[in-house]
Design a protein around this ligand. Structure first.
Ligand SMILES: NC(=O)c1ccc[n+]([C@@H]2O[C@H](COP(=O)([O-])OP(=O)(O)OC[C@H]3O[C@@H](n4cnc5c(N)ncnc54)[C@H](OP(=O)(O)O)[C@@H]3O)[C@@H](O)[C@H]2O)c1
Length: 162
């Protein structure tokens, strides 16, 4: 089983504010859907609560929590290891946030699917951990939003094996 992390980060590694995403880039949402569809997604309880439509359709939704034991349309686990054990035999599993889950899963992850947005938000209270060392770029695609000309790059990383 490959453990993948998928995240959209600002230039200062910011990922959220007040339990909401900082940017809504259509192509990024589409890429997220395309990569995670038919796979298992693992998220923290706060990220689950931030989803506008509840569990993500077409995917096995796992939520980590120590305060909640059941959520409709989801499997709830009390630790990352228990959640990962339940994914035995799957090809790809995606950690989809938030800050606490990214921190805990980064040392275990095989691949990172990052959307790196060329912007620093005015306010942020959630950040992605430092991933500047130990990872090599295996694919990179730069784009710009049509309306606001915000630059963003899809960057895929694998462990550099050093
Ligand atoms: N930019 C992006 O790509 C992206 C993606 C996702 C989320 N986000 C942002 O990230 C922020 C949320 O991050 P966050 O760190 O505050 O919350 P989070 O990681 O989504 O959820 C934290 C909660 O998850 C549970 N949890 C985490 N690790 C656990 C473990 N090992 N075992 C059991 N339960 C565990 C706990 O729930 P209980 O308190 O119930 O025990 C904890 O309070 C938001 O701003 C959101 O918008 C950004």
């Amino acid at each position: 089983m490959r453990l993948n992390i998928i995240a959209a980060v600002a230039s200062n590694n910011a990922i959220g504010y007040k339990n909401r995403l900082l940017y809504h880039i259509k192509a990024d949402m589409a890429r997220f859907r395309q990569l995670t569809l038919n796979h298992t997604v693992i998220m923290g309880r706060r990220t689950f609560e931030s989803l506008p439509g509840g569990p993500l359709e077409g995917r096995r939704n796992i939520v980590l929590s120590n305060s909640v034991t059941a959520l409709p349309g989801c499997e709830v686990y009390s630790s990352l290891d228990k959640a990962l054990d339940s994914c035995n035999g799957e090809t790809d599993v995606f950690v989809i946030g938030g800050e606490s889950l990214y921190k805990e899963s980064l040392p275990k992850a095989d691949r990172l699917f990052m959307t790196e947005i060329e912007s620093v938000p005015e306010e942020a209270d959630a950040f992605f951990p430092d991933y500047s060392k130990g990872w090599k770029v295996v694919n990179k695609e730069s784009h710009e939003t049509q309306k606001t000309h915000r630059k963003y790059t899809f960057v895929d990383y694998e462990r550099n094996g050093e």
